[in-house]
Design a protein around this ligand. Structure first.
Ligand code: G3P
Length: 220
């Protein structure tokens, strides 16, 4: 499983990229608003992220109608070679995906919550499909089991083009573990979760005992 970083924060992206684990970045309007982003700077900000990341960067088209999504998608794709256009999993989003895919523009179908939505996204030409996990948990449903169903269903078919599943709305290390066991191609994780993934109390305890024993060696 590959790791994408789910953020619009340049410092987080730079830091996580330095760990050698970031294969891409996903952003959305909420994440851009969270860093105090302004509309006038949006395109430049996406360009800056694309320059930092050696991999696809999802930038969201905010229009609801297909004509707007297509126009925004073309504009976003022109910003950098590694832009992927994030498109909502709706009828208008499917129609826009068909047009953008035919033009060679990669799309990431977001806000996907069901197997039928994922199958339709793949048929329309989506390069990436993002089933949301945490938002099912928010309504006391099992987001991991929904992700499992999407991955299993897509594996049954050849869509004639590459399709990768991005486990999204990831809130915990357990979500990441479960997504990997299911075989999701990618997990997009917030920086805070990514930091937690590398931590383990036994690693810390092991380091403490090595340091104490090494001091004995030094003092001997
Ligand atoms: O990648 C989608 C993600 O940003 C949504 O996460 O936590 O807002 O459900 P969340």
């Amino acid at each position: 499983m590959k790791f994408f970083l789910d953020t619009a924060d340049l410092a987080e992206i730079e830091e996580a990229c330095s760990w050698g684990v970031v294969a891409g970045v996903t952003t959305n309007p909420t994440l851009y608003a969270r860093i105090g982003g302004k509309l006038a700077d949006f395109n430049d900000h996406i360009r800056r992220i694309c320059a930092l990341v050696d991999g696809p960067v999802s930038a969201e088209a905010t229009g609801a109608e297909r004509a707007d999504i297509i126009a925004q998608g073309r504009e976003l794709a022109a910003l950098a070679a590694n832009v992927t256009v994030k498109v909502p999993t709706t009828i208008e989003g499917l129609a826009a995906t068909k047009v953008l895919a035919a033009e060679g523009i990669d799309t990431n179908l977001t806000l996907c919550f069901s197997v039928p939505q994922a199958l339709l996204a793949a048929r329309a030409g989506a390069r990436y499909i993002s089933p949301f996990v945490g938002r099912f948990d928010d309504i006391s449903e099992d987001g991991i089991s929904q992700l499992d169903d999407v991955v299993s269903a897509l594996e049954n078919y050849d869509f004639g083009h590459p399709v990768e599943v991005i486990a999204a709305s990831i809130r915990s290390a357990n979500h990441v573990t479960q997504a990997a066991l299911i075989g999701a191609d990618i997990a997009t994780v917030p920086f805070g979760v990514l930091k937690k993934l590398v931590s383990h109390p036994l690693t810390d305890r092991g380091l403490e005992s090595f340091a104490a024993d090494w001091q004995k060696v030094v003092n001997a």
